[in-house]
Design a protein around this ligand. Structure first.
Ligand code: HEM
Length: 288
């Protein structure tokens, strides 16, 4: 089959798959409950736009997978993060957003996660609407109208940081353990089309990371890899990520162990008691 036809056929299949997944999410079938994402997709804007946007939530999930891989490959920072969380939160409740100003290390973890392996590694394509000339490092480049342009985030992030391949949250903290003030990132794109989801992403990552580290210790699996019969080979090189638009790490095993029986019980209890009905939650949120 000619490549164009084959690409179109793949596109059709992907759209159908995507549509089915979104429909499952929106109907609550995927999670077994009403979710914020589902509510969002049902809002009264043109359906197509909202449903397409849901794809962006994937990037947040991908960043969480990336964070778990970092826990396994660079575990040396975990005791410090857990000490900070324990000092502020104590052993009897889960972290909440009220703790955020007092947990700079968790904030540094969020920044390092999106820096280390950006979930949208190559940025999103843009098309130039007119001929243009762009100057870069003393050379002028002619960009004809209609060019497809990618602002690739990853090399930019690599150039700016020492030991950029290592997961090192401390790089965002100063000597007094406060967040450095000069934070900027290209992981969410640039200029007027920069990702509008940044506050959502940062809050989601923050609360997930804080709660996971409060509740669990995370470690490598000792189980043999069923494919090879040998210990699983953890990898954080380019080869370990799928390189697609949302740059997810390939599947890897991870062991989550509750830090204590008490913590597991607190987490279960808080989940049982938390409000899950969006008809109650959303109006409260909008009132604030
Ligand atoms: C870790 C998570 C995410 C990452 C790394 C990410 C990254 C990006 C990047 C690189 C772009 C392209 C910006 C440019 O062209 O310069 C973008 C665009 C966009 N993102 Fe995100 N994103 C994430 C999550 C989200 C979420 C959760 C939402 C929605 C709630 C969202 C909504 C959007 C929208 C609407 C655009 C298009 C903006 C426009 O073209 O004007 N993103 N994102």
């Amino acid at each position: 089959m000619p490549w164009r036809k084959r690409a179109q056929a793949y596109r059709k299949r992907e759209d159908a798959l995507y549509d089915r997944l979104v429909t499952n999410a929106v109907s609550g079938k995927a999670s077994g409950m009403n979710t914020w994402a589902a509510e969002f997709a049902r809002e009264d804007k043109p359906e197509g736009d909202q449903r397409r946007l849901m794809n962006q939530f994937t990037a947040t999930a991908v960043s969480m997978q990336t964070f778990i891989l970092a826990c396994i490959l660079y575990p040396q920072w975990i005791p410090r993060a857990q000490r900070e969380i324990d000092t502020v939160v104590g052993p009897d409740r889960l972290p909440s957003f009220r703790d955020r100003p007092r947990l700079p290390y968790v904030e540094a973890l969020v920044r390092e996660t999106v820096r280390w392996r950006p979930a949208v590694r190559f940025g999103l394509p843009h098309q130039s609407t007119a001929d243009d000339v762009v100057e870069y490092k003393g050379t002028e480049y002619f960009i004809p109208k209609g060019s497809i342009i990618f602002a690739v985030a990853w090399p930019h992030e690599q150039e700016r940081f020492e030991n950029h391949d290592i997961f090192q949250p401390e790089r965002f903290l100063d000597d007094t353990n406060n967040l450095k003030s000069d934070y900027e990132t290209s992981a969410f794109g640039f200029g007027r089309r920069v990702c509008p989801g940044i506050p959502f992403v940062e809050r989601s990552l923050w609360i997930n990371i804080a709660m996971i580290l409060w509740t669990f210790n995370i470690r490598k699996s000792e189980e043999p890899d069923p494919k090879t019969g040998l210990p699983f080979k953890y990898d954080d090189s380019d080869l370990a990520f799928n390189g697609e638009l949302s740059n997810a790490p390939f599947k890897f095993p991870a062991v989550f162990e509750p830090r204590s029986v008490h913590r597991a019980e607190v987490a279960r209890q808080e989940w049982a008691e938390s409000e899950k009905d969006l008809n109650v939650l959303l109006p409260q949120h909008k009132e604030r």
